[in-house]
Write a protein that binds this ligand. Structure first.
Ligand SMILES: Cc1cc2nc3c(=O)[nH]c(=O)nc-3n(C[C@H](O)[C@H](O)[C@H](O)COP(=O)(O)O)c2cc1C
Length: 223
C-alpha cells in the first residue's frame, strides 16, 4: 500500500469486528508513528493503549454512568466552536445527515440518533482503544503535533489492514478516562481512537464523506 492508498482508504470506521488486534501490530504502528514531526522535536504526544479487561472495565464504567449523565461529565475544551459559521456549519450538518442516512435513521428520529451516537461509548465494538493527551503547558502548536501523530497512526493502521475512528466523543468522559488510565494531572486528555478490523457488511462503514473542492481551501500564487 502506498501513501495515497492509505490516505484514500482511511475512513472513520463505526462498526468493528470482534477480532482482536495482535499486540505486536499495535506496538509496531506506534513505534513507526513516533517518526511524526513536531515543532522543536518536542514529541508532545502521550498515548494510552487499552484492550481486554482494562478496556472492558472503562466501557462498563461509562455504561453505568450514562443513564444519569446522558451528555457525559462535561468536556475540558470546546469540541466545536460554540457558534460555528459557514461553510463549516453546513459541512458538519451534511456529514451527520449522510451518516444517519446510511443506517436509515430519519432526521426527526432523535432517540435513534442518540442511540447511534452512544455507540461511541462502546468504541463501535473495536477491540483496542487509544487515548491521546498532551501536557497542559502545551499550546496550539503542540496540539497540531498531536494531530499529526494521530493521523500518522491512522495511516499506518491502514498498512496493517486495520481501520480506526478518532473519537472526540470521549472528551465528555475525561474524568472517567483519566481515572482509569491513572493519567497524571499535568496531562490533558484530548481524544480517543477506536482501532480494529472493519465490519465490511455494516452499512455505516460505507459512508464516503465529502470534501470541498481544492479551490475552496487552497490559494496558489506563482505556480
Ligand atoms: C479529532 C477527531 C475527532 C473525531 N471524533 C469523532 C467522534 O467522536 N465520533 C465519530 O463518530 N467520529 C469522529 N470523528 C470522525 C469525523 O466525523 C470524520 O473524520 C469526518 O466526518 C470525515 O470522515 P472520514 O474520517 O470518514 O473521512 C472525529 C475525527 C477527528 C479527526
Amino acid at each position: 500500500m502506498n501513501v495515497s492508498e492509505a490516505v484514500d482508504s482511511r475512513m472513520s470506521c463505526r462498526a468493528f469486528l470482534s477480532i482482536p488486534v495482535p499486540p505486536e501490530v499495535v506496538r509496531t504502528i506506534l513505534e513507526v508513528a513516533k517518526r511524526a514531526p513536531s515543532g522543536g522535536n518536542l514529541q508532545p504526544w502521550h498515548v494510552y493503549v487499552l484492550a481486554g479487561k482494562p478496556l472492558q472495565e472503562l466501557l462498563a464504567d461509562v455504561r453505568a454512568k450514562l443513564p444519569a449523565n446522558p451528555n457525559g461529565e462535561g468536556a475540558e475544551y470546546d469540541v466545536y466552536p460554540p457558534k460555528l459559521t459557514e461553510p463549516y456549519r453546513s459541512r458538519r450538518f451534511k456529514c451527520g445527515e449522510d451518516l444517519y442516512a446510511t443506517i436509515n435513521i430519519a432526521r426527526e428520529n432523535r432517540p435513534a440518533r442518540l442511540q447511534q451516537f452512544a455507540r461511541n461509548n462502546e468504541l463501535f465494538g473495536a477491540p483496542v482503544a487509544l487515548f491521546f493527551a498532551v501536557n497542559r503547558q502545551m499550546g496550539v502548536g503542540q496540539w497540531v503535533d498531536l494531530g499529526m501523530f494521530m493521523q500518522t497512526i491512522m495511516l499506518l493502521a491502514r498498512e496493517q489492514g486495520i481501520h480506526t475512528c478518532a473519537q472526540e466523543s470521549w472528551a465528555v468522559w475525561h474524568r472517567t478516562v483519566e481515572a482509569h488510565l491513572q493519567m497524571p494531572p499535568q496531562l490533558m486528555f484530548f481524544c480517543g481512537m477506536a482501532l480494529g478490523y472493519r465490519d465490511e457488511a455494516a452499512p455505516i462503514n460505507h459512508l464516503r464523506t465529502e470534501r470541498a473542492a481544492l479551490e475552496e481551501f487552497a490559494v496558489f500564487r506563482g505556480l
